[in-house]
Design a binder for this molecule. Structure first.
Ligand code: C2E
Ligand code: MG
Ligand code: MG
Length: 726
C-alpha cells in the first residue's frame, strides 16, 4: 500500500458514518494521553494535554474519514505535539503506536486495507511533522544559546575594558606609589606617585631592579625571604615598612605591600608593589623617639635607651652576637662635680657635663659601644662583645686619660676626674639587674680608692662586703644578747717583767661565725656608729674588772688600758662618760689609760683635743696606739696631753738577734724611744714575740712590752694568776 493509493478517492459506501461520535474520539484521546504520560516534560496541565489530544484526534479522524484523504492532519499533529513540548523519541514512538493500534478499534471501524493504508499515511506524516518541528525547535534553541554566548562575550569584553580603564586610572592617579615588576625584580611600570616619592623620573625607574632601592642593612632582614614566599605562592602578599634608596641618594620610608599577579592558569606573572609614602610620619616618629631616648643636655643616649639596649643584650632569646657573648660596662661618676655645681652655678656645671660628654664620645665611641648619661654626673659606656676585662679596663683608662686636660669655662680652669667601676662578664648566666648592681658597687669601690681611679668588679670582694654588711646589721642585736666580751693582755715592764698594765681587747662570740677578733668588726662599728655604744660598754667592763684587781692586789694592781675609737674621741660627752665609768666602778682615774690612734689625736679639730686635755688633767693616762703607722708630726707631740707611746708591732718584728736584725727598724725604734723619753713619755713596744726582741728592746731603753712572749690576750683570771705569781 502506498500513500498515493490512500489519497485516492473512495466510494461513499465504503465510508463509515460521516460523523464519528465525539465520545469515541474522546476516549481515544484519553488513551493517547495515557500513552504519552511521562515521556516528555510538558509545561501543561493534564486537562490542557487532554484538550489538545482531543482536538488532534478529532482532526486525525476527520482526515481518516475524508472523502479525499490528506495526510496533512498527521503532519500538523506532529508539529503541534512538538510545539506543546512533546520532544522525546519516546513521545513520538507512543503516538505512532497508539494511532496504529487504537484509532480504528476506538472508532468501531473495520481495519480494512483501505483504512489501514490511511492510518499508515497519517502515522508517517505525524512522524515527519514531529521531526521537522523538532529540528526547527533545536535550531532555534541553538541559535538562542549562541546569541546568549555572543551577548555574554560582548558584555565580558566591555567589562574588561571598563576595569582596564579603571585600573589605568587608578594606577596613574593613585596617591600611593605603585610599581609593577617582573619576577626577576625588573621594574616594568611605575606610576606618577612613585616617581614623586622617589624624587626620580619615570625613565630612571623603569628597567631598573627593585634591589637597587633596598637599604644595605635591610638586605639581611626578612624582605627577600618574604619576596620569595610571594613568588612561590606561599604568601598572597606581604606588608612591611621599609626605607627605599632614592636615585638622588636620599631615603624614602614606605609602607610597602607586595602582591603577586598570576595568569589565567595561575602561573606567577608580575609583582605589584604598592608604597605609601610614610617618610614624614617616620621622621616625626624618629624625632619623638630620639627625644625619648636622648639626653637633651649632652645629646648622649639617656638611661631609657641604655636600659633598653642592656635588656636586648641580656635577652635570653637574643640571637645577636656570638654564643659565648661577653659584655662590659664602665660606670663613671665625676669626682667633685657637686662642688663645682654648687660653687660656680648650674650653668657652669651643665657646660662641664657637655664638655665631658663630648670627650667621652670622642675617645670611646665605636662599634659595639653605647655611651649614655644616666643622670646627674653619672655616665656609662656599654661595651658589647668583649673578650675579657682588659677590653673594658682599656676603655676606662682612655676615659680617665681624656679627662686629664682641664676644661675651660667662663675663665675657670676646671680639673675633671672620674671614678669608674668596671664590670665584664659572659652574658649567659647573668641578668641585666645583677650586671648593673655590680657596676654600681664597683663604682663605689673606685670612688673609695680616690679621685681618677677605676676598679674592676671582684666577686670575692663583693661577697666579703656582703658578709660585712650582714655583720654590721647583726651587731646591735649582738650587743643586746651580750655576745661581746673582753680579753685582757698584760703590759709588762721590761726591766723586771712585772705586769704594770693590762690592755682590754674586745671580742665577739658570734653564734654562727664563732669567735671574731676586733679587726673583723671594729671598723664596721665605726662606720655604723655602734662603736660609741660598744666602746662605752668595753670601758665600763674594763674599769669594773680593773677595780676588782685593785681590790684584790692593792698597790700591785695594774692600770687598765682601753682602746678609744676615733669616733669615740669625737663624742662630745666623752669626758662625762669616762667620769661616770670611773665613778660607777670606783676605779681611780690614775688606773685608767686610754689608747687613741695618731689620726684621732692629730685631727685638726680642737674639741677632741680639749677632751683629752681634760681627761689628762683628771689623771687619766693618754697613750698613742700603734705609733709609727700613721703620720704623726713628732714635734707636735710635745703639745699633746700624751703620757705614753705604743710602738706598732711592725717595727718590733724587725728586731731580732743582732745578726738577723733589720738595722732600719732597730734605728727607728731607738729613735722613737729616745724622742719619747725626751718628751717625758713612756714607751711600750707591741707585738713582742721572742726573748731576743725583748732583750733588744730592753737595751734600747724601751719601758714596757706587750706580746705573746709574755701572754696572749685571755680571761681576767689569767691576769689574776700572773699578778699573784709575780
Ligand atoms: P691594738 O690596740 O694595737 O692591740 C694589740 C693587738 O695586737 C691585739 O690584736 C693583740 O691581740 C695583738 N697582739 C698582742 N700581742 C701580739 C704578738 O705578740 N704578736 C702579734 N702578732 N699580735 C699581738 P687584736 O686583739 O686582734 O686587736 C686588734 C685591734 O683592735 C687593736 O689593736 C685595737 O686597735 C682594736 N681594738 C681591740 N679592742 C678594741 C676596743 O675595745 N675598742 C676599740 N676602739 N678598738 C679595739
Ligand atoms: Mg691598743
Ligand atoms: Mg696597738
Amino acid at each position: 500500500m502506498t500513500r498515493s493509493s490512500a489519497r485516492r478517492r473512495v466510494p461513499a459506501s465504503v465510508l463509515p458514518a460521516r460523523q464519528a461520535s465525539a465520545s469515541a474520539v474522546r476516549s481515544f484521546a484519553i488513551a493517547w494521553a495515557a500513552a504519552l504520560a511521562g515521556t516528555s516534560y510538558v509545561p501543561m496541565s493534564g486537562a490542557e494535554v487532554a484538550d489538545l489530544l482531543d482536538r488532534l484526534a478529532g482532526e486525525l479522524v476527520n482526515a481518516l474519514r475524508a472523502e479525499t484523504f490528506d495526510p496533512k492532519a498527521g503532519y500538523d499533529a506532529g508539529t503541534e505535539l512538538v510545539n506543546a513540548h512533546f520532544t522525546t523519541p519516546a513521545s513520538l514512538h507512543r503516538c505512532v503506536h497508539i494511532i496504529g493500534e487504537r484509532l480504528l478499534p476506538e472508532l468501531g471501524v473495520e481495519p480494512t486495507p483501505w483504512f489501514l493504508d490511511r492510518i499508515a499515511e497519517l502515522q508517517g506524516a505525524l512522524a515527519a511533522g514531529y521531526s521537522q518541528a523538532l529540528r526547527v525547535r533545536t535550531l532555534r534553541e541553538q541559535e538562542a544559546i549562541r546569541g546568549a554566548v555572543l551577548d555574554a562575550r560582548d558584555e565580558a569584553e566591555a567589562a574588561l575594558r571598563a576595569s582596564e580603564a579603571k585600573f589605568r586610572a587608578m594606577f596613574a592617579d593613585a596617591a600611593i606609589g605603585i610599581g609593577i615588576s617582573d619576577l626577576t625584580g625588573r621594574i616594568i611600570d611605575v606610576n606618577a606617585a612613585l616617581v614623586r616619592m622617589m624624587s626620580a623620573s619615570r625613565e630612571q625607574l623603569v628597567d631598573s631592579n627593585v634591589r637597587d632601592y633596598v637599604h644595605p642593612s635591610d638586605v639581611s632582614d626578612g624582605l627577600w625571604a618574604s619576596y620569595g614566599r610571594v613568588l612561590r605562592g606561599e604568601l598572597d602578599h606581604y606588608q612591611i615598612e621599609k626605607r627605599l634608596r632614592r636615585p638622588d641618594g636620599g631615603w624614602a620610608w614606605a609602607n610597602l605591600t607586595v602582591s603577586l599577579v598570576r595568569d589565567d592558569i595561575g602561573a606567577p606573572l608580575y609583582l605589584v608593589s604598592m608604597m605609601e609614602d610614610v617618610t614624614d610620619r617616620h621622621d616625626l616618629q624618629e624625632t619623638l623617639r630620639y627625644q625619648a631616648t636622648h639626653d637633651p643636655l649632652t645629646g648622649l643616649s639617656n638611661r631609657a635607651l641604655f636600659t633598653e639596649r642592656l635588656a636586648e643584650v641580656f635577652d635570653p632569646d637574643s640571637t645577636v652576637g656570638p654564643a659565648d657573648r661577653r659584655v662590659g660596662l664602665c660606670y663613671l661618676d665625676l669626682d667633685g662635680f657637686k662642688v663645682i655645681n654648687d660653687s660656680l652655678g648650674h650653668d657652669v656645671g651643665d657646660r662641664l657635663l657637655v664638655a665631658v660628654a663630648a670627650r667621652l664620645a670622642e675617645s670611646v665611641a665605636g662599634e659595639h659601644r653605647l655611651i649614655a648619661r644616666m643622670g646627674g654626673d653619672e655616665f656609662v659606656v656599654l661595651v658589647d662583645e668583649t673578650t675579657g676585662p682588659n677590653d673594658v679596663i682599656a676603655v676606662a683608662e682612655s676615659i680617665l686619660a681624656t679627662l686629664v686636660p682641664p676644661v675651660h669655662i667662663d675663665g675657670h680652669e676646671l680639673a675633671v676626674a672620674a671614678s669608674i667601676g668596671v664590670v665584664e662578664r659572659p652574658v649567659a648566666g647573668t641578668t641585666a639587674a645583677d650586671f648593673m648592681r655590680d657596676a654600681d658597687i664597683t663604682q663605689y669601690w673606685a670612688k673609695a680608692d680616690g679621685r681618677g681611679h677605676w676598679a674592676v668588679y671582684d666577686s670575692e670582694r663583693n661577697a666579703y662586703e656582703v658578709a660585712r654588711f650582714a655583720l654590721a646589721a647583726a651587731m646591735p642585736a649582738a650587743m643586746e644578747r651580750e655576745e661581746f666580751y673582753v680579753d685582757y693582755q698584760p703590759l709588762v715592764r721590761l726591766g723586771d717583767e712585772r705586769t704594770v698594765g693590762v690592755e682590754a681587747l674586745v671580742r665577739w662570740q658570734h653564734p654562727v661565725f664563732g669567735r671574731l677578733g676586733p679587726d673583723r668588726f671594729i671598723e664596721l662599728a665605726e662606720e655604723t656608729g655602734l662603736i660609741v655604744a660598744l666602746g662605752k660598754w668595753v670601758l665600763r667592763t674594763a674599769c669594773a674588772q680593773a677595780k676588782r684587781w685593785l681590790d684584790e692586789f692593792g698597790d700591785d694592781a695594774p692600770y687598765i688600758s682601753v682602746n678609744l675609737a676615733v669616733r669615740q674621741s669625737r663624742e662630745p660627752d666623752l669626758v662625762a662618760e669616762v667620769c661616770k665609768a670611773l665613778e660607777d666602778t670606783g676605779l681611780p682615774a690614775r688606773l685608767l689609760q686610754l689608747e687613741v690612734t695618731e689620726s684621732a689625736i692629730m685631727s685638726t679639730l680642737d674639741a677632741p683635743l680639749e677632751a683629752l686635755r681634760t681627761l689628762d688633767a683628771m689623771g687619766v693616762r693618754i697613750a698613742i696606739d700603734d705609733f709609727g703607722t700613721g703620720y704623726s708630726n713628732l714635734a707636735y707631740l710635745r703639745h699633746l696631753p700624751v703620757k705614753e707611746l705604743k710602738i706598732a708591732g711592725s717595727f718590733v718584728e724587725g728586731l731580732q738577734a743582732s745578726d738577723r736584725e733589720d738595722p732600719v727598724d732597730a734605728q727607728i725604734v731607738a729613735t722613737l724611744v729616745t724622742l719619747a723619753h725626751a718628751l717625758g713619755l713612756t714607751v711600750t713596744a707591741e707585738g713582742v714575740e721572742t726573748p731576743a726582741q725583748a732583750e733588744r728592746l730592753r737595751r734600747i731603753g724601751c719601758d714596757s712590752g706587750q706580746g705573746w712572749l709574755f701572754a696572749r690576750p685571755g680571761k681576767p683570771e689569767n691576769i689574776a694568776r700572773i699578778l699573784s705569781e709575780s
